[in-house]
Design a protein around this ligand. Structure first.
Ligand code: IVH
Length: 686
């Protein structure tokens, strides 16, 4: 039996190790539950023996009382900023300037790193223990945020996190604290639900979260770290940036995987341009790429001028945000009649594109953000996304700004606009509002729905305006002459359009379901219900309760589908579609469910199966009429379990869900299992 002290040390080391695997390497070895057990054991031992609690124990990340103010920290070596380059030519100029100070023809290597848009910090460790964490501040003096940084799960409290390498006697690690993009969205949704102020971007969220006086607030924020440099080190020999990153990784710091080293500068440029076009695919906000000359001896020779080193440069991506004036607010009517406000802006260049209009989401959002007509506003444009108004710049107000008001009448048909209590969206009450019809028709023909080639938003407007389409079924009753008489249509174009419309009659059922424009039903849900009901008639006959039984269909969607098909007007349109010969059945008619051995059975798969991959097992189950879902619940019929199962096993045991081996599965579907131990005649019901 180890002594309590030994056990505490052992548990701490294990928890540190698994924490690193989970948060830094994204490759956990044990289940969350097993991790919790270790953590709980440590907590219990420490509660019994408070004198044995180490300051760097994994239990000591949170719990510090709020501070009065953040202390000041002087950086022993300044945290510099970086010079910028905005084009490949400016990058080449930077290199030329550096090379002028170096022996001619000296070979150089470059480390190229995404420039994370967060908050720079310096972490000081003494004999492997985190001593202090500070923000960059003005580069000379920063703020002491040690307690807050301790709550960040990717910040090691002790190094090396695992292994037996001797830690340096003293090291200052520099890096960027940031919030992953997906977590940022979730954080803002949470803040919104709490009625708190949301953050405009991940960078503000990271800064706001780290500079809290109460570390418990910081602990609840999804902060993460990328280490990218060593400020200074004593007790280790490191000669290059690439070597430093490798060292940091070995010590257990999170180092960005998207970092590369090149000896050819043209490859550096290619890498920068590649990231510029791929920045939206990253799960962190990057505002550029940092290029560093690898060799520390060369860095030293080049030195610093002013506030920026000569040996590094930032290649900046085009801006995503600009400020401009909100001239007015217009209103659009969507296909369900929802009135959506949009911003009319003083034209502004954002990252090379002139932006004149931007989304304003809805009227509640305008009120929450306090946006007024005449305001200077921050406008964001990211990738293909429609530009959005983020917030007003309140300090630039003149007093002449006006409130945005919800229109009382539809801007298209003039009928009243209603906004039911408790709902976010305002509607035009007129079901026959031409704006709605235009959107419905456009949506019906769009690529994600019936895919009628050559029929876009402009034609939708013209065809509705000319009275050629009164509902979506009218597509299939269009007269050739009527189209020919429409401006811009000659014989060829008319016949092409008619051919595309005719071709759309035979689309898979899910496309028709999606095309109908049922609220909350997009392509994914349409595919789901189409697979389940296989005919529009059967889907129309389904009750809300039945629909709700389907995995992936909640009460809102179920109610929306049932409501849609309950309306006589919609039934009429469907009858018209059928009459025109539009396919309303799934093509392949499967043998009736009862013949299949797994019909109606829901499976969950966990662990490594002896011969089938997960995908193969799933395909096999589905082939025999069963269904595979992701998590064990009371609705699960069987847990198919292989080696090293996760927490799903515990859940299944708790709920009394039978556990099957791969062999059991083969038996269940009447196939002979492969060679191996004879399988039981009945599945093992645990
Ligand atoms: S190196 C000379 N590397 O960019 C070295 N900085 O303008 C200076 N940043 O305040 C820092 N990612 O917050 C470096 N991979 C990276 C970086 C990075 C983001 C930020 C850092 C600094 C600013 C420099």
């Amino acid at each position: 039996m180890p002594s309590v002290e030994e056990r505490i040390r052992e548990l701490s080391a294990q928890i540190r190790y698994h924490n690193h695997r989970y948060h830094v390497l994204n490759d956990p070895e044990i289940s969350d539950h097993q991790y919790d057990l270790l953590f709980r054991e440590l907590l219990e031992l420490e509660a019994l023996h408070p004198e044995l609690i180490a300051s760097d124990s994994p239990t000591q990340r949170v719990g510090a009382p709020p501070q009065e103010e953040l202390g000041k920290v002087e950086h022993p070596y300044p945290m510099t900023s970086l010079g910028n380059a905005f084009s490949a030519d400016e990058l080449r100029d930077w290199l030329t300037r550096a090379q002028r100070l170096l022996p001619e023809g000296m070979p150089l290597a470059f480390v190229v790193e995404p420039k994370i848009d967060g908050l720079a910090v310096a972490l000081t460790y003494e004999d492997g223990r985190l001593l202090r964490g500070a923000t960059r501040g003005d580069g000379h003096i920063g703020e002491d945020v040690t307690l807050n940084l301790r709550t960040v799960s990717t910040v090691p409290l002790r190094i090396p996190v695992s292994g037996s390498e001797t830690p340096p006697s003293r090291i200052e690690v520099r890096g960027e604290v940031y919030i992953p993009r997906d977590q940022f969205e979730a954080l803002n949704r949470r803040l919104e639900a709490e009625g708190a102020k949301t953050f405009a971007n991940p960078r503000n969220a990271a800064a706001g979260s780290l500079r809290q006086l109460d570390a418990n607030i910081t602990a609840a924020r999804p902060l993460s770290l990328f280490a990218y440099a060593i400020g200074y080190v004593a007790g280790a020999q490191i000669g290059s940036q690439w070597g430093a990153l490798d060292y940091l990784r070995r010590m257990g710091f999170p180092v960005n995987r998207d970092i590369a080293r090149f000896e050819d500068f043209e490859q550096v440029i290619a890498y920068c341009l590649e990231w510029m076009s791929r920045r939206d695919s990253l799960n962190y906000e990057a505002d550029g790429v940092v290029i560093k000359i690898d060799d520390f001896a060369v860095q030293k020779r080049l030195g610093i001028v002013g506030n920026a080193p000569r040996w590094a440069v930032a290649f900046k991506f085009p801006a995503r945000e600009e400020t401009t004036r909100l001239l007015d607010v217009g209103a659009n009517v969507g296909r369900t009649g929802v009135i959506t406000p949009y911003a009319i802006l003083e034209p502004v260049d954002i990252g090379g594109v002139t932006v004149r209009q931007a989304s304003l989401h809805n009227y509640e959002d305008i009120a929450r953000k306090g946006i007024k007509i005449g305001d200077m506003v921050v406008v964001k444009r990211a990738g293909d996304v429609i530009p959005q108004v983020v917030k007003p710049v309140e300090s630039m107000r003149t007093g002449a700004e006006r409130d945005v008001v919800l229109p009382t009448h539809c801007p298209i048909c003039g009928e009243s606009v209603v906004k039911p209590e408790g709902e976010v969206a305002a509607h035009c009450v007129n079901a026959a509002c031409p704006a709605r019809l235009v959107r419905q028709v456009e949506y019906f023909a769009s690529r994600g729905a019936m895919d009628i080639e050559g029929f876009g938003s402009r034609l939708a407007e013209i065809f509705v305006e000319r009275g050629l389409l009164h509902d979506v079924a009218d597509f299939y009753y269009l007269q050739r002459d009527a189209i020919l008489n429409t401006e811009g249509f000659d014989v060829t174009r008319t016949d092409n359009l008619l051919a595309s419309i005719a071709a759309s009659k035979n689309r898979p059922l899910w496309r028709l379901i999606a095309a109908l424009g049922i609220g909350n039903v997009g392509g994914t849900v349409a595919q789901l219900v189409s697979k389940e009901y296989r005919s529009l008639d059967r889907l129309m006959a389904a009750t809300q309760e039945e629909l709700q039984q389907l995995e992936g269909i909640g009460p809102t969607i179920a109610a929306s589908i049932a409501d849609f098909f309950g309306r006589p007007r919609h039934r009429e349109i469907i009858a018209k579609l059928k009459h025109a010969g539009v396919r309303t059945e799934e093509e392949v008619v499967q043998p009736t469910g009862a013949a299949l051995p797994l019909t109606g059975k829901t499976f969950v798969i966990t662990g490594t199966l002896p011969s089938l991959s997960r995908d193969q097992a799933k395909a096999l189950i589905e082939q025999f009429g069963g269904k595979v879902t992701g998590s064990v619940s009371a609705k699960t019929d069987y847990l198919l379990m292989g080696a090293s199962p996760g927490s799903k096993q515990e859940k299944a045991l708790k709920l009394g869900v039978p556990i099957l081996s791969e062999d059991d599965l083969h038996h269940l579907i009447g196939e002979e299992p492969g060679a191996g131990a004879p399988a039981p005649a009945q599945p093992t019901l645990l």
